[in-house]
Design a protein around this ligand. Sequence first.
Ligand code: FAD
Length: 509
Amino acid sequence: MIADPIRKLVIVGGGTAGWMAAAAISKIMGETGMRITLVESDEIGTVGVGEATIPQINLFNAMLELDEHDFVRATNATYKLGIEFVDWTRIGHRYVHPFGFYGINMKGVEFHHHWLKGRTLGDQTPLDAYSLSVVAGLAGKFEHPRPDQPNSPLAKVGYAYQFDAGLYARYLRRLAEHRGVERREGRIVDVAQHAETGFVEAVILQDGSRIEGDLFVDCSGFRGLLIEQTLGAGFEDWSSWLPCDRAFAVPCELGGDHQPLTRSTARSAGWQWRIPLQHRIGNGYVYSSAHISDDEAAATLLANLDGRPLAEPKQLRFTAGHRKQAWVKNVVALGLAGGFLEPLESTSIHLVQTGIARLMTLFPTRTINQVEIDRYNEQTAREYVDIRDFLVLHYKATERSDSPFWDYCRALAPPAALAEKLAMFRANGRIFREHEELFTETSWLAVMVGQGIEAGGYHPAADLLPDAETLARLRHIRAVIAETAQALPTQDAFLRAHGSWSGEVRRAS
Ligand code: FAD
């Protein structure tokens, strides 16, 4: 029996991060008898615009034993097979970063080397044609992966969701409260620390009540109430690599297509997201305030909606980067309290998820060990660096020269690891996934090729296939993908067939 277990855990904040933490920790640790309290303030509210996810969220939902169709219905969710990038490489160009795979490896050589070889033989078919996620996504089709059909391209399709983040938090709140998490409403106005150690002992609410804890999870949003304002963890500022520092977000009525894709359209000083849900579309313009005025950014966003706006645009301000230490003393920061990387690849909710997983792995006793804190912080920082590099790739690898913003991005000196990845690909099309980093070879390939990085050669073993055979197999693979996509149901039909349609649809008038 552990002598000094954590008996009281306090989660500060009830946004997506707070309720994800509450639902997961109560599920995993609930039966240890640990008391979990979540404090939030309706008066302060939440950011609530995190709407697009990546496939790893399925692992989180499965751990919570969520029923997918119930969750989809409850959060007005749609499916997501990837992200379509419009006007990033040059105006008029588009490509999709899909979840899943391209083609099939042949002769022990990754598919894309055969594709690169095909190009040298005159086959200019884009990479997109070899991904079922792309072809189905663009056609508005969706189906679950079919691992029971190993020879079908459907076997290894990955998928995620686009959902109403406020409804997701509410959904998780129900689960967490059911498992005994106590919710306290109120604004925290003070923090009590141990006089010698500086450990946080309690948070004090406006009404004077004191909530004590052994361990605190700071999910208080950008302010970082405990991790920064109380403990001064420090911030690693990456705005020179990722200059966008503001966003306007606005929902609009449904309109346009029903593709199971998030869309990111590059604009003169940043980019605009389009996230279609069942009942509305989430939109936002992420921009660099050094390159465009707030008024112009808001006007650009409102001029580029598929339906009538449903609210006034809401402005958010941020700095790209993360806390130098995500865990200090007895405080662990999750969500926006821990850091922020713009939602270009929908990674914020995922970072909450991995932060929770890491905390579960290193869950402390009241004798908190620095060696465990160091491991947590080192892994967290590594994860942020990897994602940062992938995001910077989108800005760096552009041909756009139509605005000072894009001139700045094109001229960026890439971080060292990204520079090496670019050089490896430019030489002979080689891609390596480092130390289990989040983005796979498929992702790096999608964005490097999508953004016009040319490989100078291909793996010599691709020549084990005679030229004619390479071209014939490429033709066959894309034909199979086209036929498979053709046979899939539309996303709307899929949602209805599985009882996942929320029924709250408002059509554009
Ligand atoms: P918040 O939502 O800010 O919640 C903070 C909580 O702390 C609130 O409950 C608040 O009441 C409470 N609180 C704060 N101070 C006090 C106090 N003094 N007393 C009591 N309570 C307090 N993520 C994605 O994965 N995909 C996306 O597409 C995506 N898009 C985004 C777009 C933008 C422009 C931004 C800014 C973020 C986006 N995110 C996205 C990130 C996502 O919104 C956040 O990661 C997610 O919502 C988690 O937020 P949070 O819970 O950390 O913070």
